[in-house]
Design a protein around this ligand. Structure first.
Ligand SMILES: [Zn+2]
Ligand SMILES: [Zn+2]
Length: 351
């Protein structure tokens, strides 16, 4: 099969390799749509400390079942998405589906080989989730990032009437903001410096947006909603964390969503103590966040179409990565379709 093989930092190419061979517990899947995310770009550029080379990167995808073990109640041809990480399988956390709490937790396409930028993948049948019949492939490939947003909202105990600030208007930030609205937030502010992403947010029904380079975010938030019950920080810089501490109400939740780029939190002891804040890490998802993400996308409560900027064939993977790096104002999510041989097509752009 054809696959993107990453041998080390910046050293990746399309190669012809052996098909993966499923074990007695694995489903074989023909990949139909796979998303490139920020984690992949960090990995390709040698900025992910967990990377275990060589590997096939990629963890956001959907595809069609080619073969499957007898234990699975799915069938050949079913369209599915996959929980793209593994734990030990035997500890309490694994048994409860809380895989990130397993000490052996490893991401496929980062610390384990077998990512989705390939024609085929194999995955344990217990990590497979069927997609509803009417769900388009493009939407199915966005279940994984939507599960990240579901998980963050669940960990934040998001509920009716809450005031929410989301820092960072990329794929994850915009999905978190949408899920917060669905879960009953009364006000949601999205802070994002890129004009195009702020207008995309407004297009998706997130009307309160702030350009933190033009206007002080703390002042903007206080003027427009008062103090926040929850701040989701999807950027994770010293500045964003400090701002979050000022904007949060006493007892508020500071949600740390971004990959750690800074060593220390950078929020003052006094702020956390005086306001009795909770700082909560939200790393990926639990098993039961996937069916909820599928439900939110299937019912149209959460929309991902406007986030999808382009779909490319597998042999144009490197171009997809470059577009995301070079023109973040234009490209938010680039999807790879390993079955697509024609020229990549531009999807309808949001107005
Ligand atoms: Zn990702
Ligand atoms: Zn475990």
């Amino acid at each position: 099969m054809k696959a993107i093989v990453l041998n080390g930092p910046n050293d990746f190419s399309l190669q012809d390799i052996e098909d993966p061979i499923p074990t007695a517990e694995e489903v074989e899947i023909q990949v139909r749509m796979a998303g490139i995310c920020g984690t992949d770009i960090h990995l390709l550029r040698g900025k992910n400390p967990f990377a275990a080379y060589p590997l096939i990167p990629g963890h956001e995808y959907m595809g069609e079942i080619v073969s499957l073990p007898a234990q699975s109640d799915l069938k050949k041809g079913d369209r599915v998405t996959v929980f793209p990480a593994e734990g030990c399988g035997t500890c309490e956390a694994c048994k409860a589906g809380r895989l990130p709490h397993c000490t052996e937790f490893k991401f496929i396409g980062v610390r384990l080989p077998g990512g989705c930028f390939a024609e085929k993948v194999v995955a344990d049948y217990r990590r497979i989730f069927p997609l509803p019949g009417g769900m388009e492939d493009e939407v199915g490939a966005m279940v994984e990032p939507t599960a990240v947003a579901v998980h963050a909202n669940r960990r934040a105990d998001l509920g009716k009437g809450m005031k929410v600030l989301v820092i960072g208007g990329g794929t994850i930030g915009l999905l978190i903001a949408q899920v917060a609205q669905v879960y009953g937030a009364s006000q949601v502010i999205v802070s994002e410096p890129l004009d195009e992403r702020r207008s995309l947010a407004r297009h998706m029904g997130l009307e309160l947006t702030c350009n933190p380079q033009d206007e002080d975010l703390v002042a903007f938030a206080k003027r427009n909603m008062g103090m926040a019950d929850v701040v989701f920080d999807a950027v994770g810089t010293q500045k964003t964390v400090t701002d979050a501490g000022e904007i949060l109400r006493p007892g508020g939740h500071l949600m740390l969503i971004a990959l750690p780029h800074i060593e220390n939190l950078g929020i003052s002891y006094r702020t956390i103590f005086a306001k009795e804040l909770k700082a909560i890490g939200s790393r990926t998802y639990f098993m039961d966040d996937f069916p909820e993400a599928i439900r939110l996308l299937g019912t149209g409560h959460v929309t991902v179409r406007p986030l999808i900027s382009k779909i490319l064939a597998l042999d144009r993977f490197a171009e997809g990565v470059e577009l995301l790096e070079r023109e973040p104002e234009k490209y938010i999510k680039v999807l790879i379709n390993p079955a697509l041989s024609a020229e990549g097509r531009d999807l309808q752009k949001p107005k």
